[in-house]
Write a protein that binds this ligand. Structure first.
Ligand code: B12
Ligand code: SF4
Length: 434
């Protein structure tokens, strides 16, 4: 069979004012360029576990309608889904099926709403795909009808058995960065989190030598690749984290990952991060003060407990040359309209190299979605295409939706202006220990 793997690329936002700002503000443009072009690691894993004897091709489409006609020549197409592009994914799936192509849909959105996805796909996969996908391929070969497949019907995935993702299928596409995974899941449970905690309950790490093997596979294809670890929370286990950094150091790469603030607790780990080429850590700070964070992380109130350490942690990392991308969520229930100034002042005071602001977003399947639905506060239930992190989808508690939008726009202009960037980065370089 000819099997196609289709990802929707590019980023999404619908607020016209924000879109206009995004096109002009230097800080925004820089960050968007970095993240807009990343391959779908999930599909490259599926390609790697596809039974032998099939012809495989990887496709990307920035929007529905832009997909390659070559897809129509496939026998089976696997489509990966996030909420924000789900309607586009369904439109493509409908067109492919009308042309006789068997369509399988999986990923974060299909995992939480499989019945919805089944209206547009023959096969829908709930959860991690590596064990289910070979069964879907064999069922298609046998001409069997589609169904909803659940990863829980198969043995759990031991990350030590994961093969090298099929990076070779990416061809010569111009990516800024290449993704590799070091771990899956996260021990915490933030109310809003729609990451891979949706796919599997447990936090699991990969053997360090396998991570190195995969990085080497990327480097063999693109010798100067910048590596982005597609993890939820890389440095939960500090001992393993140090082992990882020691193993990465000889590769001479530059890399980025996402983790929580506890990464800065261990000075030896911080030194190893710097020595191994870690250029940036994205840390979900969510709000500058503990007062707004209470209850947000639902297992141990981790975020509220650690808010007092934020400034020290940022300084510890940045003074060693590891830049921090501090992420803030605007519109938490305890946020008053003063929050916009608080975030601006915090970023300035701490000389955050990178700042990311997003709206609190009720992704389907999250505890946040269920709570806001119960409280009658969802403004557009089911409007999945607006699950972009840059569109207001609910009634905030201590301000109006318009106030939230206006404050967000204003903060965007202030945070990402030339002057603010120059000031924060100047302070970062001045503080950095040579
Ligand atoms: C890399 C990345 C991107 C990249 C690449 C996306 C891609 N095509 O894969 C880019 C930059 C394009 C991107 C864009 C966006 N992203 Co993004 N991104 C990530 C990131 C950092 C890692 C994803 C990843 O590689 N995971 C690892 C792989 C192995 O897992 P996976 O893709 O889920 O695949 C597994 C299973 O889901 C399943 N599977 C997946 N697809 C399929 C298909 C079939 C047929 C089968 C059988 C199985 C299957 O099997 C795979 C292996 O087990 C996550 C955050 C995180 N830390 O996880 C956010 C994340 C996925 N992104 C998110 C968002 C919101 C966006 C944007 C909407 C942002 C925006 N405003 O534009 C856009 C979406 C638009 C679009 N193009 O789709 C949210 C999604 C939430 C949700 N539930 O929808 C996340 C979780 C971040 C967050 N803050 O919440 N993103
Ligand atoms: S710490 Fe990050 S990855 Fe972990 S549950 Fe919270 S938001 Fe999700």
């Amino acid at each position: 069979m000819k099997i196609g793997f289709l990802a929707l690329s590019d980023i999404r936002a619908h607020d016209p004012e924000l879109l206009e700002l995004g096109l002009t503000l230097p800080g925004f443009v820089e960050r968007s360029k970095q993240i807009a072009a990343l391959p779908s690691l999930g599909l490259l894993y599926l390609a790697a576990v596809t039974p032998e004897g099939h012809e495989l091709a990887y496709f990307e489409a920035p929007r529905a309608g832009d997909e390659s006609d070559e897809l129509l020549g496939c026998d089976l197409v696997a489509i990966s889904t996030f909420s924000a592009q789900i309607r586009e994914a369904y439109a493509i799936a409908d067109r492919l099926r009308a042309a006789g192509v068997v369509v399988a849909i999986g990923g974060l959105h299909a995992t939480v709403l499989p019945d919805e996805a089944r209206r547009h796909a023959d096969h829908v996969v709930v959860g991690e795909g590596e064990h289910v996908w070979p069964a879907v391929v064999r069922a298609t070969e046998r001409g069997e009808g589609g169904r909803i497949w659940r990863a829980s019907e198969f043995p759990p995935i031991d990350l030590a058995t994961l093969p090298v993702p099929r990076y070779d299928l990416l061809g010569a596409r111009p990516y800024n960065r290449f993704t590799v995974q070091t771990s899956r899941g996260c021990p915490w449970r933030c109310e809003f989190c729609a990451s891979s905690v949706m796919l599997s309950e447990r936090y699991r790490r990969r053997p360090v030598e396998h991570v190195v093997r995969d990085v080497r596979a990327v480097l063999a294809l693109r010798p100067d690749a910048f590596i982005e670890f597609a993890d939820d929370n890389t440095f939960v286990d500090k001992r393993w984290g140090k082992e990882l950094c020691r193993a990465l150091a000889p590769l001479g790469i530059k890399w980025f990952t996402e983790t929580d603030v506890s990464v800065a607790d261990d000075p030896e780990l911080v030194d190893l991060l710097a020595e191994s080429g870690c250029r940036q850590l994205l840390i979900g700070l969510e709000s500058p003060e503990a007062s707004a964070l209470g209850g947000l992380e639902q297992r141990a109130d981790f975020k509220a407990r650690r808010a007092g350490d934020y400034e020290r942690a940022i300084d510890t990392l940045q003074s060693r040359g590891v830049t921090v991308d501090g992420c803030f969520i605007l519109g938490l229930d305890r946020h008053e309209p003063t929050i916009f100034d608080e975030v601006y002042d915090f970023a300035r005071r701490t000389a955050l190299y990178e700042v990311q602001i997003t709206y609190l977003t009720p992704f389907p399947g999250t505890p946040l979605y269920a709570r806001l639905e119960r409280e009658g506060r969802l403004l557009a239930p089911g409007d999945w295409e607006r699950c972009t992190l840059f569109d207001v989808l609910y009634q905030p508690k201590r301000m109006t939706a318009d106030e939230l939008r206006a404050g967000f726009h204003d903060l965007t202009k202030r945070l990402y202006s030339h002057a603010a960037l120059r000031e924060r980065r100047g302070a970062f370089f001045a503080r950095r220990i040579a």
